[in-house]
Each structure stands twice: as C-alpha cells, then as structure tokens.
Design a protein around this ligand. Structure first.
Ligand code: DON
Length: 573
C-alpha cells in the first residue's frame, strides 16, 4: 500500500517559534518537497530534499532504515557536495525495533606515513596551511567502507539498488537547487580555484550554475558505478584507488594505494545515557559527541530547567556551565579509542556529574583557564540526516569532508571531493596557545589513527520505544546543538519542528564566550548573562539539525528539516 505523504510547511506546524522557511524544492519526477512532513510508514530528513526523496523511495520499495540511509548518503554525495561525500567519513548510529543499538565508525584514518610533526614547516613551526589546506590534510576516506559494513550487517535490499539512484543523479544530472547554486558560485573563485579538476566538475568552464540549471557529474557517476558494481572494492581498489594515489602524488599528499586497501570501518558499542527517564543513544570515541552530551545531560538532570524557563538567563547560565565542564574534559581526555584510553565510564557517570554540578554557582560564571588547553581550528560544513522505517528501525548519520567541500580538490578523473579531516588532529605536540591550538597527546596524529570528532548522531528512546532521531553539523557546536534539541523535546515538550527551529547558543570552555545565534536572545537576557560574568557574542547560525520524532499515538513519523539549510527536505511515505 502506497502511503500518504502529508507535506506541511514549517510555519504551520511551528507557530511563533518558526524561523525563515523555504520555497518547497522539487524532486526528480516533480514531487514538491517541504521542510516538514509526516509519514505513516517511514521518513527521511536531510540537507537535500532530492537526497531525502532517494532515501524515502528506498523505504517505499521495502528497504529498511539502513538501506535508506545508505541511498540518502550516496545521493547527498551528488546533490550536497559541500558535505555529502564518498571522499570523507563519519558515523552511523542504528537502533533496532527491539531496542538493541549499535554504531558504525567510518571516520577517516591517518595514512601510514603520518607523524606527530607532519603539520610543521621546514623550520619546525606549526603551519595552519599544511594542517588544513594541503594534501597532507587528507585522511584515508571511510564513507564507502562504512556504508558497505552497515549494509552487510544490517541492510536488506541489494547494494546495487542503494547506489544506483546516485549513479543516475550524477550521470543524468539534476536541476541545481537554490542553496547549491549560491554555495557553488561562492566556491569557484575561492575553495576550488587552486584545483582545475574541481572548477571543471562544478562549473560551466568557470561560470557558475544558476538555480534550476541542469548539472551533470560524469566522472563522479563513473566512480559511483564502480562502487555500485564492486562494493567497497570499487573505491578502495582498482581504478578509483589508483586515481586517488595519482592525485596524492600530484598534490604532494601521503595516501597510498596500500592505505586505501587497508582501510576498515568499525562497529562500536554506542554511548548510552539516561536523562529524565529517556535513553540517549549516541556516538562513542573517536567522536567526542556522545560522551560530552551525556556528561552535560547528567549535570543538567539535577536542575529544574523547565522551571527556569527556555532560553532565560538562568537556563542559558546552567546549560553554559555544563558545556564548559564537558568541553574541558573533551580536551583533556578524548581521542581515538584504538590509541587512547579515555575514562569514559567516569565521564558519563551520574556520580561524576553530581561532583561537577556542585561546582556550578547559581548566578556566577565560572572561569576557563587558557593555560590548560585551548580549542583547535574547526570549520563549519558537515551534514546530518535521520531515517525511520516502517518497523521502527532508526538510523542517525552525520558525515563530513570537514570544511565546506573539504580540501576543495576533486580527484582528477574520479569526480569526487577529498576531505581535509587531518585538520581535526592537534597541530603540534605540546603547542597549546591562546590562538586556539591544542597540543595534548590524546589527539596527536599517528599512522592509522582516527582524528577526534564532535559529530553526535543520536537516537532517543523511552520505555523501549523510539522517540526521536537527531544530529547536526557545525564542528564543536554540534554537541551543543544536539543537546539543545534534546532539551527542547524532553524538558520543554516542543514539537520536533519547534525544537529544531528554536534559537541556539554555544560555549566550548575556551574561548570563554557564549555565542548566540543572530536575534537568538532578547537584549535583556544578554544583559542579565553579562551581569553574571558571561561574555556573550551574537553571531550567525548554529548547525542544521535535520530530525525525526515518532508520535506514539498515531505512529506517524514526523520529519523536521532545519530551515537553516536552504535545500533541505523531509520526505515521508
Ligand atoms: O568531525 C568533526 O567534528 C568536524 N570535522 C566536523 C566539521 C563540521 O561539522 C563542519 N560543519 N558544519
């Protein structure tokens, strides 16, 4: 039975809390797509309405949530190239209908020739350019291996049918949506400029595509065809691998065909916390996301946030103080668990949270000590998508190229963009300074090591039943964005669209500043926070939290795409 798809504009669902909404996008085949959607059977919400439709079609064809996530992920590599990828990596959290949960770690790895000193120039000085903007910044990609591992263990439909929509989207082409047109047009003269293969792939001989123009990506389509026909070997061996190795030689990078052949994605046990009777299932290291979020939730459980009121001075103060403490621990302890033993059990325990809670004054900001550890450079481009199927299986995926379009370099002849994820390693051992560099050992580059992440794909359950699927991009702000969506749902009973739309704020221990989204807090609230000793900065937008909530009464899967992403869409069936 073909199910209904009720598309409701965000504004209708969200009332006063709604921020800007968007004109509905149009999927191939003409279907109008919206930010909010309800599906009787299944739901996909992502940064690209076209990709959500590809995933939703897989659900309608009898695929499960893992199948749909894989199809959505490959389609995003075509229609959302700033972060959708096959040349990057990320994390997938899966919850089965019976409540069992697992995660797939497909984070990039350092190549065998990597070293702690690899980001230093010939004088021994740290070089931000080498760290973030050279072929040394490219980690061994994990996405294809991660999707193949997830499919082999938990997928249902044939692999080919999951990659094929992306093969077609790239080969036949698609109409460039508004957000992509604007984003590519800004990138041609900047990020892509040093790389002729990138300019060739993503422009018309150097001229930007306008909204609605048809874009084809033939090299990418051929690479996706190899992946469709040969599985992970179509990426890590043979022609694709030799094209990557050739690109490394051309650009002076370190990744070899042997590094590619050796890459393995890993299944890991999730971090699971309890918050006011809800189960929070999230990503363990090498992401810091799950552990940090559970640490914050445990601290906050001891405060009556509802009585404090949403985004009031008291609320922002208490949440900020929990952020400050969790981010200090992140900097102190977290790194790739295959190399570093973090005290995860303690960090996520209620007793530790109780100790930390006692150190929070009700009306005074604590201090942060720059001399201990400072934050590393992180940029602002990643993407999150959420899937729920008819059986109640839920999948939460965040993956990334690190910066928008990663390094900016398309692999010549292979048509896909390379990540610059090595920039998430610390820059120089021992170099911790006020400009924001961290030199602590847990996250120093080593051969085969995964760089620390903040990505926090998460799933919420209660009494054995699925409640929500959440996540976001945004570098370190990711953890705090997901935290606030969870608090909005659990403490304030918001609809998922309200929870996603609500203004957000961020504090990461250092710098000792609360960043608030533009127009996010009234002037009186900012003044009250300053009176407590906080420094408040009003800035741009924070994250894009494409999420799903399940209505237990009706069984409806309620998709809420974040209006902060211009091409986003929720597609149910
Ligand atoms: O893994 C991480 O935490 C970062 N590389 C993610 C970068 C990011 O979210 C940029 N996005 N908007």
């Amino acid at each position: 039975m073909r199910a209904i798809r009720v598309a409701v504009l965000a504004l209708v669902l969200t009332g006063a809390c709604a921020r800007s909404t968007q004109a509905p996008a149009t999927a191939p085949g003409g279907a109008a797509l919206s930010l909010s959607s309800q599906g009787q059977h299944g739901m996909v919400v992502s940064a690209s309405a076209i990709a959500s439709k590809a995933g939703s079609d897989v659900l309608a064809a009898g695929g499960n949530a893992v199948d749909a996530a894989i199809a959505t992920g490959f389609a995003l590599a075509v229609t959302y190239p700033a972060a959708g990828n096959i040349g990057g990596g990320g994390f997938m959290v899966i919850r089965m209908p019976d409540g069992r949960a697992t995660t797939i770690d497909f984070r990039e790895k350092a190549p065998a020739a990597a070293s702690a000193e690899m980001f230093l120039d010939s004088t021994g000085a740290y070089s931000s350019r080498i760290h973030h903007r050279s072929h040394y910044a490219v980690g061994v990609p994990g996405t294809v291996a991660g999707f193949a591992l997830a499919h082999g263990k938990y997928g249902k439909l044939a692999w080919k049918s999951l990659v094929d929509p992306a093969v077609k989207l790239s080969g036949d082409g698609f109409d460039v949506p508004k957000g992509l047109a604007a984003s590519l047009s800004g990138s041609i003269k900047r990020t892509f400029a040093p790389y002729p293969a990138s300019v060739a792939a993503y422009s018309k001989n150097g001229t930007a595509y306008a909204e609605g123009e048809h874009m084809k990506l033939p090299d990418l389509s051929r690479t996706l065809t190899r992946i469709r026909d040969r599985g992970r070997d179509g990426f890590y061996l043979g022609e694709t691998a030799s094209l990557i190795a050739a690109e490394m030689k051309r650009g002076g990078g370190l990744i070899t065909e042997a590094d590619l052949a050796a890459y393995q994605a890993k299944e890991r046990s999730p971090v699971i916390g309890k918050y006011r009777g809800y189960e929070v299932i999230s990503m363990p290291p090498p992401s810091s996301g799950g552990a940090s979020m559970v640490e914050m939730l445990n601290i906050l459980e001891g405060f009556d946030l509802k009585a404090a009121g949403h985004n009031t001075p008291k609320y922002v103060h208490l949440v900020t103080e929990s952020m400050r403490r969790a981010f200090l621990d992140r900097a102190r302890y977290l790194g790739d668990p295959d190399f570093v033993n973090a005290p995860l059990e303690r960090l996520t325990s209620k007793t530790y949270a109780a100790e930390l809670r006692k150190t929070i004054s009700p009306d005074h900001a604590s201090s942060s000590e720059p001399a201990q550890v400072t934050q590393a450079y992180e940029s602002d481009e990643t993407t999150h998508f959420s899937v729920v199927d008819a059986s109640g299986m839920a999948v939460s995926v965040t993956y990334t190229l690190e910066a928008g379009y990663g390094l900016g370099a398309v692999v010549g002849g292979a048509g896909f963009l390379l990540n610059n994820q090595m920039g998430d390693f610390n820059g120089k051992p021992g170099l911790t300074d006020s400009t924001g560099l961290i030199g602590t050992p847990a996250n120093i580059a080593k051969p085969g090591k995964r760089m620390l992440s903040s990505m926090s794909p998460s799933i919420i359950a209660k009494d054995g039943k699925l409640v929500a699927v959440v996540g976001s991009p945004g570098g370190r702000t990711i953890i705090n964005t997901v935290l606030q969506v969870v608090l909005n749902v659990i403490d304030f009973g918001m609809t998922m669209q309200d929870a996603v739309n609500a203004p957000r704020f961020h504090h990461q221990w250092l710098p000792n500043v609360i960043s608030v989204e533009k127009d996010g807090l009234p002037a009186a609230t900012v003044k009250a926070l300053e009176g407590m000793g906080h420094v408040v900065k009003l800035g741009g937008q924070q994250g894009t939290a494409h999420s799903i909530m399940v209505d237990w009464k009706t069984g409806m899967r309620i998709g809420a795409a974040d209006p902060r992403d211009r091409d986003a869409g929720a597609v149910g069936y």
